[in-house]
Design a protein around this ligand. Structure first.
Ligand code: NAD
Length: 276
């Protein structure tokens, strides 16, 4: 069964499907990597998905792959660090699909350098994408979710929401910050039927990480193989990368969870790296 058939029939080859039937999900940074896989897996489960990304062409292409008719998938150009673009992009999503059930705040970048050499502009750029982006999309989503008295927000944290690594000061700071934001949204949102949680993946081979490996090797004067072995996979139980499918499965679990029992939490998906 191909993706189109699966989506249109809301059935998967394994008999699952329909766990998010007619839910509307906005996923930021969904033109690539983890976000794209989450959009595909939500669509397979019957959701209508909005792919919001800085790269509008890639967002529209990803939406077309899911539904060429444009009835169940929409690509939107959105810089999550821009208040104006978030407001207009979220308004468009709600206007097209009529409601909003799930926000996955996922857009992110990585910039590596030792703290003493970190340019202030780059520090601010990273924080504005990860933290301003999470705040702005959350605020716009909550207005709609409160009016529906239901909703689910998922933040894409990282093992770096729990642990530190050298060269990643703003990234580690931002990812820890998302845990705090999720807890506040869980407390404020409960009275309005809104849950909020964080997924904390280990290393996943996406463009974000593929770019980072040679940069870290250069900064540390070690080989790329050693970056992977000693910095990325050393703490895992089996030396394996996490996959986009692993993270999408966690997102699906959180999105489809039926009650307020699971809110304000961080779910680490990392092959055992960082055991809580
Ligand atoms: P990716 O580079 O494949 O995808 C990131 C997407 O975000 C891209 O499509 C990019 O265009 C978009 N984006 C960047 N800046 C944006 C902005 N200002 N506004 C809107 N969209 C923007 O990376 P990925 O690995 O899939 O990362 C997705 C998220 O997962 C990030 O928040 C990242 O920190 C997090 N994460 C990744 C890993 C990993 O190992 N890859 C591990 C843990 C957490």
């Amino acid at each position: 069964m191909n993706l189109q058939t699966e989506i249109s029939s809301n059935k998967r080859a394994d008999g699952a499907g329909g766990r998010l039937l007619d839910k509307v999900a906005v996923i930021t940074g969904a033109a690539s990597g983890i976000g794209k896989e989450i959009a595909l897996s939500f669509a397979r489960e019957g959701a209508k998905v909005v792919i919001a990304d800085l790269d509008q062409t890639a967002a529209e292409k990803a939406a077309f792959e899911i539904d060429p008719m444009g009835k169940r998938a929409l690509g939107v150009g959105m810089d999550v660090s821009s208040e104006e673009q978030v407001e207009s992009g979220m308004a468009k999503a709600i206007e097209v699909f009529g409601r909003l059930d799930i926000l996955v705040s996922n857009a992110g970048v990585q910039i590596v350098a030792p703290i003493v050499e970190f340019e202030f502009a780059k520090w601010r750029k990273l924080l504005s994408i990860h933290l301003d982006g999470a705040f702005l999309t959350t605020r716009a989503a909550l207005r709609q979710m409160y009016s529906q008295n239901s909703g689910c927000i998922i933040y894409m944290g990282s093992v770096h929401s729990k642990e530190a690594s050298p060269l990643k000061a703003p990234y580690v700071t931002a990812k820890h910050g998302l845990v705090g934001l999720a807890k506040v949204v869980a407390k404020e949102g409960a009275a309005h039927g809104v849950r909020a949680n964080v997924i904390c993946p280990g290393f996943v081979l996406t463009p974000l990480v593929e770019k980072q490996i040679p940069e870290q090797a250069r900064e540390l004067g070690i080989s790329e193989a050693d970056v992977i072995k000693t910095m990325m996979l050393k703490e895992t139980v089996d030396g394996e990368f996490t996959t986009v499918q692993d993270v999408a499965e966690a997102a699906l679990f959180l999105a489809a969870f039926p009650s307020n029992a699971l809110t304000g939490q961080s779910m680490v998906v990392s092959h055992g790296w960082f055991m809580q």
